[in-house]
Design a protein around this ligand. Structure first.
Ligand SMILES: Cc1cc2nc3c(=O)[nH]c(=O)nc-3n(C[C@H](O)[C@H](O)[C@H](O)COP(=O)(O)O)c2cc1C
Length: 458
């Protein structure tokens, strides 16, 4: 089996994905609003061989029928969440190899603003930045916050398509490779023939202008995507270089991965050019009993109300209103359909509402937790990869620094011995590290067609 990609799943909030883990006295994540917390963690992840640090993010928070769920506030669960972009420069200064991937939604902010910010960060990180493109979880609260109407689910992906068309034109099409001269002698800072306004008229978004940041190492940041509805899969097949998928039943994960690879191939991208990372929990101990104890400790901070709050965030549906011992009826939601479909079987005999809540309580939104010794976890990782075709994992944070210390000190030596982790490299961009490709988008990616063309090229 070839080496896998490993990233750390984080958010600027006091918890990991399971329960109110901030209550554990050893959890330093409680310091998430200090710069030192993140720079120290980033250094640890870098020396521990992680490929990148991933920041989940959302403007949304759990609401039901437009009202804030008081439990979420009381438990510090999904509320609060601070803006991760503010910490990236500090992490860039403290590290030299670790990638940083930021989540930004295509729903609320105009694309030119995002393109400029990521271009600047691509300079500051020396090409180590990636963008996790989401159409946005927590839509009902985030659209209310921005004073906007909620766009229907599939239409959000049409808007996201306009969004990418604009960003790619700005990143790839504004500056010629040799436009920047900075020649003090002649007084030419940049060649005006090498800088062009780009334009795009979509149904949802439009632009005419330049990216006002000189070319950065990757130009287009590494593009990642999360969202596996059918519209989400189609969008991923067009634009994503890496896709985040939830864990859970390996057969379902494999189906999602194959569907996106098939679609990518249909539209002219090699199927292996899209990498897949699975969100999963890792609870590792020196014995099975110790790992189980750590997991039980974590679950002691998680209730069915935590599970219901996360489900409400992603779907707008209050599971606690249903008969807990019956399967969930067929429901449609413009906030998010993926979590509703995941637990429905076509014959109506899906899991009961209580089982759905237990699944969320025990695994968080992403559905897979490996609990065991380094050897048993490595066995399970290998089996999961063989069954799904995944390329790596987003290691969900539970207790800081315990989750990562256990991963680095206990599991990593076994993964290295089995050739499942690879060395991170100095002086390469995130794209080169993850895709074994050049620093720029591949020739088969839609961004490549939008590169600045000289009159001779045109
Ligand atoms: C591993 C993983 C991480 C994700 N991180 C975020 C995130 O940080 N913010 C967000 O709004 N959505 C995130 N999502 C995706 C949302 O769940 C997605 O926007 C939602 O599923 C709606 O898209 P869909 O209906 O196409 O699935 C993540 C999904 C996965 C599998």
């Amino acid at each position: 089996m070839s080496p896998l990609i490993f990233a750390s799943f984080q958010a600027l909030s006091p918890n990991g994905v399971i329960g109110s883990s901030w209550r554990d006295p050893s959890n330093t994540q409680i310091d998430y609003l200090t710069i030192e917390h993140w720079t120290e963690l980033a250094k640890k992840l870098e020396s521990g061989g992680f490929d990148f640090l991933f920041f989940a993010d959302t403007f949304g928070y759990p609401t039901l029928d437009g009202e804030l769920i008081p439990f979420a506030v009381e438990a510090g669960y999904n509320v609060p969440m601070a803006d991760p972009i503010t910490i990236v420069s500090a992490i860039a200064a403290a590290t030299s190899k670790l990638g940083v991937v930021l989540t930004n939604s295509t729903t609320h902010e105009k694309p030119a603003a995002l393109a400029r910010r990521f271009a600047t960060l691509d300079h500051f990180t020396k090409g180590r930045i990636g963008w996790n493109i989401v159409s946005g979880g927590g839509q009902s609260s985030s659209t209310a916050l921005f004073g906007e109407p909620m766009i229907p689910h599939d239409e959000r992906y049409l808007q996201a398509d306009d969004y990418l068309q604009i960003c790619l034109r700005l990143w790839e099409g504004t500056w010629a490779d040799d436009a920047l001269r900075v020649d003090r002698e002649s007084g030419v800072y940049a060649d005006p023939d090498g800088v062009r306004q780009v334009s795009y008229e979509g149904n949802y978004l439009r632009t005419k202008g330049i990216l006002n940041v000189p070319p950065s190492p990757q130009r287009t940041p590494l593009l990642l995507q999360a969202g596996t509805s059918s519209a989400g899969r189609d969008f991923a097949a067009h634009y994503a270089e890496c896709v985040f998928v939830g864990g859970g039943d390996p057969a379902v994960v494999a189906r999602n991965i194959t569907a996106i690879r098939d679609r990518a191939e249909e539209i002219g991208r090699p199927r292996e050019s899209v990498k897949f990372l699975v969100g999963a929990g890792f609870v590792v101990g020196t014995s099975q009993a110790e790992a189980q104890r750590k997991y039980e400790n974590l679950l002691g901070f998680a209730t069915l109300e935590h599970a219901a709050a996360t489900f409400a965030w992603s779907t707008g549906v209050d599971l606690l209103k249903f008969d807990l011992d019956k399967p969930l009826p067929e429901l449609r939601s413009d906030i998010g359909q993926t979590s509703l479909d995941r637990f429905r079987s076509p014959d109506g005999n899906g899991p009961t509402v209580r089982e759905i809540l237990e699944d969320y309580r025990q695994h968080g939104i992403n559905g897979t937790t490996f609990v065991g010794t380094p050897e048993t976890v490595a066995d399970e990782v290998e089996a999961f990869v063989a069954a799904t075709g995944a390329d790596g994992f987003l290691v969900q944070q539970h207790i800081t620094p315990g989750t990562h210390d256990d991963f680095i000190e206990l599991l990593r030596p076994v993964l290295l011995k089995r050739g499942l982790m690879r060395p991170t490299r100095e002086d390469v961009t995130l794209r080169e590290q993850l895709l074994d490709a050049g620093p720029r988008v591949a020739a088969t990616h839609p961004g490549a067609q939008l590169k600045f063309k000289t009159t001779a090229d045109a």
